[in-house]
Ligand binder design. Structure first.
Ligand code: NDP
Length: 468
């Protein structure tokens, strides 16, 4: 066994009842026995018992633990990256698995370094009022399968910093990655502070319904996010909901197509399009429509799809059959409607693995399902516009609003358009870049609550005013 395979072997259960397969090859990479709602109860018992002592530590002590957690992830970086490739499918190199692991380290350290001083609100001869941020108690952290380590880290790090303990439920599709992360972090964290529960939706539901869980950090689809709101209603739990997106990019006529091609590619195709805030619809003016498509197609053609273990691979397979079916259905529908397949769109189903080719679709109407629904795959529809007002209306014409982008040589003009787009973040001349000190969250059905930075710390705590 290679050294980097050890962690995956350790978290796999030899007598597990469900086989986990590599999405690139179909090969069995491990086994798990999924947990049950009873296991959730036991995990919350553990988290609730550990919480008072964790909250009683000083902020400096918890910061030190977060930095030690970052150190241990660095020590296991290659093993964690290998687990991601084998279970999730993304490439080891480039903006892939090693990049995801490095992000966990960076976010843990940044969360440890974020200052959250007591705020003095009023201080005069009549009153002195201070705002403090107290722990909530137990946080339920529920994650999807696309970025299994970094999204969990975004939920765990601020929760721990603020004196909460955490029960983490990974997606059933990336159970081994979830267990691997918790296993590594628990090499340095005190017992009971972080516990994993595995399983499907019923396990997530049991976690949300547990009355001792005061806060749910949920990242996933809009549909499940709505269920979480209902499931948590009886507890009035605090919620952070990071839900799906269908991000629009609006290109203005003044761009140089060759200069924006690389940024457009990474915006749309990072993690094979399986990214909440990926560029999922591109609006391009008639005057430069063909040139933008030519430049983007030329760049896209240079990025190889393949098994993520190959250091040269830029895009891996889709993670699961369900997502492959969504992508294939939307592309077939676009073709039936007479849209033009510029490249891709023709999967080779004779080979194992959930591979789907990089696909660009042109001359497609805004009302096509490929434009209106979230594809979450390596496919970008490119819609032609002649009137910028129409493009803005189309960009705002869906229920979700996670991210958006404006592409222009004129920054001021781009900012004017950005202010009119209904999204939690609007990038200019780029798409999807995030930073641990810059809050991130959705508009409309993409959810509510902010992650990262000071706002992220506040969202996992109870504000308390001390006055007098
Ligand atoms: P799902 O909503 O299907 O699942 C998310 C998590 O919720 C999984 O762990 C899932 O378990 C669990 N779950 C399922 N049912 C329930 C329930 N009733 N109560 C509580 N938890 C439940 O999303 P996907 O895993 O399919 O992830 C893809 C989606 O996530 C995309 O739509 C994407 O846009 C969105 N996303 C949003 C991000 C953001 O920051 N806004 C980031 C990444 C993804 P199980 O999988 O085992 O069923």
């Amino acid at each position: 066994m290679e050294a980097r395979e050890a962690l995956l072997a350790r978290v796999s259960a030899a007598d597990g009842t469900t086989e986990i397969r590599d999405p690139a090859t179909g090969e069995v990479i491990g086994k798990v026995t999924y947990g049950t709602p009873e296991d959730v109860k036991a995990a919350v018992d553990t988290a609730a018992a550990a919480q008072p002592a964790w909250a009683a530590l000083s902020d400096e002590q918890r910061v030190a633990f977060l930095n030690r957690a970052a150190d241990t992830i660095e020590e296991h970086a290659e093993e964690l990256a290998y687990a991601i490739v084998r279970e999730q499918g993304k490439p080891i190199n480039g903006l892939g698995a090693r990049y995801e692991v490095a992000g966990c380290v960076g976010w843990l350290r940044a969360t440890a370094a974020t200052p959250l001083p007591t705020e003095v609100l009023v201080d005069d001869e009549t009153n002195h009022a201070e705002l403090h941020y107290r722990p909530i108690g137990v946080v339920g952290a529920i994650t999807p399968w696309n970025w299994p380590l970094i999204i969990a880290t975004w939920q765990i790090a601020p929760s721990l910093r603020m004196g909460n303990t955490v029960v983490q439920k990974p997606s059933e599709y990336t159970t081994l990655c979830g267990l691997a992360l918790v296993d590594v972090l628990n090499e340095v964290l005190p017992e009971g502070v972080l516990t994993a529960v595995t399983g499907a939706g019923d396990v997530g539901e049991a976690l949300v319904r547990d009355k001792r869980v005061g806060k749910v950090m949920f990242t996933g689809s809009v549909k499940t996010g709505m269920k979480v709101v209902e499931e948590s209603a009886g507890n009035l739990s605090r919620l952070t909901l990071e839900l799906g997106g269908n991000d629009a990019g609006v290109v203005l006529p003044d761009v140089d197509p060759d200069k924006v091609a690389e940024g457009l590619f990474y915006g749309a195709f990072i993690n094979n399009g399986q990214t909440c805030a990926a560029l999922k619809r591109l609006y391009v003016p008639d005057a430069i429509y063909d040139r933008v498509i030519d430049s983007l197609a030329a760049f896209t053609a240079t990025m190889p799809t393949g098994n993520g273990l190959d250091e040269n691979t830029a895009l891996g397979p889709l993670q699961n059959q369900m997502q492959w079916n969504v992508v294939n259905r939307l592309v077939e529908d676009a073709r039936q409607r007479g849209a033009r397949v510029v490249m891709g769109g023709d999967p080779d189903t004779s080979q194992p693995g959930f591979f789907y080719p990089k696909t660009l679709i042109a001359d497609i109407d805004d009302d096509a399902p490929l434009v209106q629904e979230e594809q979450f795959g390596p496919v970008l529809p490119i819609i032609r516009y002649t009137d910028l007002e129409q493009a803005i209306a189309w960009a705002n014409g869906v229920d979700v609003g996670l991210g958006a982008s404006v592409w222009s040589a004129d920054r001021d003009k781009a900012k004017e358009i950005a202010a009119r787009l209904e999204a939690g973040t609007v990038w200019i001349n780029g798409h999807g870049g995030i930073h641990p000190m810059v809050p991130f969250g959705g508009a409309k059905h993409s959810g509510y609550g902010l992650e990262f930075g000071v706002e992220g710390l506040k969202s996992v705590s109870v504000p308390q005013v001390i006055s007098g």
